[in-house]
Design a protein around this ligand. Structure first.
Ligand SMILES: [Zn+2]
Length: 417
């Protein structure tokens, strides 16, 4: 194993003006010339020139060839150097643990998946991660000194200040686990922890479906259902970092009974366990899977859910009736949330989405458009499937690190003052 950089505090790599320059270049898919950077950021040509020179020297930027288009002046595009820095993303999901290595441009350069952490002692999972991360960096040929840090995304509730996973409902063994301290001590890298949907929203905004959207939502459909909110380019974390708990949003007064005592909560109605339960009740999966539907074992639920999704793909009429009903419930939730946050786009991801997106997307587009008729200005909401696939939260976790290190933050102004 290589020796990794010591230290556990992730400091900002860039000051405010540097971060503004990086941000502008990152958002321009074809790069920006120095003149364009100055135009877009409002910084003086001299300031831009100095910042760009330092960033070229430190390996954060690449300078392309001079190109002339038409009669215009030749321009030399600057892009982020994908090999300039890297970040590691870890996603703890009840179904699996995903680890990715992501370049400064948000591209996945290495990926691995470990089995469900639900029934494993957290100390074992953390020790496995401490072995897996350096091995994955080795495999990708990424030197440890170019790794900005490790982002961990977990289901809530979490304690952001202490870097602990508190008591996620679908990870029964994970109670008050100090993930950040443990992993940082074993890896010798800075480690950050955020809620899975916060990571997802950041990932989509850095590199995914809502790139460049200042106001967007990220809906995560997994064993649990959660929401990430990007508002005016900031991610809403709430006062404890646990914003986005939408599991008890009512979507059906006659829906299944929720653990909270009410009927038709989003989580209790649209979780894989709930959909499998409905399939069993309607005799789609009758007999074979009754005993498998046990929400405390997300892996077994997932196996039954995969069979239900296969019936949907095969066009089984009963399965399509079930999907139609769940699409109506999901659309109700999306319309409510889109209005609540006055948003422009909703990105959707997660294991449930990855399996059912082909049938869900056209239904949701029609249902949500109809729900939102009469919205002020008749403004539509774009529904987009994640382009980051099964890795969406892991990529988002890596983007937490990039965001902390390189995105313009008001705190950076205070530090420079
Ligand atoms: Zn409830």
């Amino acid at each position: 194993m290589r020796a990794l950089r010591r230290g556990t505090n992730l400091s900002r790599v860039a000051g405010f003006n540097e971060a503004v320059v990086i941000d502008a270049i990152r958002r321009a898919r074809d790069g920006l010339s120095r003149v364009e950077v100055a135009e877009q950021t409002g910084l003086s040509a001299q300031t831009v020139s100095n910042i760009v020179r330092r960033m070229l020297e430190s390996g954060l930027l690449l300078e392309g060839d001079r190109v002339t288009r038409g009669l215009g002046k030749p321009r030399t595009p600057l892009t982020l150097d994908p090999q300039g820095r890297y970040a590691v993303g870890v996603h703890l999901d009840p179904l699996f643990v995903t680890v990715v290595v992501v370049s400064l441009r948000g591209e996945v350069v290495a990926h691995m998946r470990m089995p469900s952490p639900a029934q494993v002692e957290p100390t074992r999972v953390i020790a496995d991660l401490a072995e897996a991360v350096p091995a994955l960096l080795d495999e990708a040929g990424v030197p440890g000194e170019l790794v900005a840090g490790v982002g961990v995304a977990a289901p809530g509730p979490i304690d952001v200040a202490n870097g602990s996973v508190l008591a996620p409902p679908h990870l029964p063994r994970w109670r008050y686990v100090p993930v950040v301290d443990e992993l940082a001590a074993q890896l010798g890298l800075p480690v950050l922890l955020d809620k899975d949907v916060v990571a997802g929203a950041i990932g989509e905004r850095w590199t995914g479906a809502t790139l460049g959207q200042a106001h967007s939502l990220f809906l995560y459909l997994s064993t649990g259902i959660g929401l990430g909110v990007a508002d005016n380019d900031s991610i809403i974390r709430g006062s404890t970092g646990n914003a986005g708990d939408i599991g008890h949003l009512n979507v059906d007064d006659n829906g299944p009974l929720c653990e909270c005592g009410r009927r038709g909560c989003l989580g209790a109605t649209l979780s894989p366990a709930a959909l499998v339960e409905q399939a069993v009740q309607s005799r789609l999966l009758a007999g074979r899977h009754l005993e498998a539907v046990h929400a405390s074992d997300p892996v077994r639920v997932d196996e039954s859910f995969a069979e239900l999704c296969a019936l949907v793909d095969a066009g089984e009429p009963g399965a399509l009736v079930l999907v139609d009903a769940s699409a109506r419930q999901l659309a109700k939730a999306i319309s409510t949330l889109a209005n609540l946050f006055d948003t422009d786009a909703v990105a959707i991801g997660g294991p449930t989405w990855m399996r059912l997106r082909g049938v869900y997307l056209p239904r949701l587009e029609a249902l949500v458009a109809a729900d939102l008729l009469g919205r002020p200005g008749d403004r539509p909401v774009a529904l987009v499937g994640t382009v980051l696939g099964d890795d969406v939260i892991a990529v988002g976790a890596a983007c937490l690190v990039l965001d902390r290190a390189f995105a313009p933050a008001v705190t950076a102004i205070a530090l420079e003052a």
